[in-house]
Write a protein that binds this ligand. Structure first.
Ligand code: ZN
Length: 61
């Protein structure tokens, strides 16, 4: 008797964990194009895309 059943709050944050990380700047980068020549920069760039939110970034080599 007297058992205390802890109230479980639904973890809403779990569902949107990926987006929260993305908004915080922690993207899941995957290489889309490796060593692509960027005419504007005149240099080789590697294109990354976030697995979660689809954001693109280019990194100069
Ligand atoms: Zn992202």
């Amino acid at each position: 008797m007297g058992d205390v059943i802890p109230f479980k709050r639904p973890k809403i944050s779990e569902k949107h964990k990926g987006n929260t990380l993305c908004r915080s700047g922690f993207h899941k980068w995957l290489i889309i194009t490796s060593q692509q020549f960027d005419v504007m920069q005149g240099k080789l760039v590697t294109v990354y895309q976030c697995k979660r939110c689809g954001k693109l970034k280019r990194v100069l080599k």
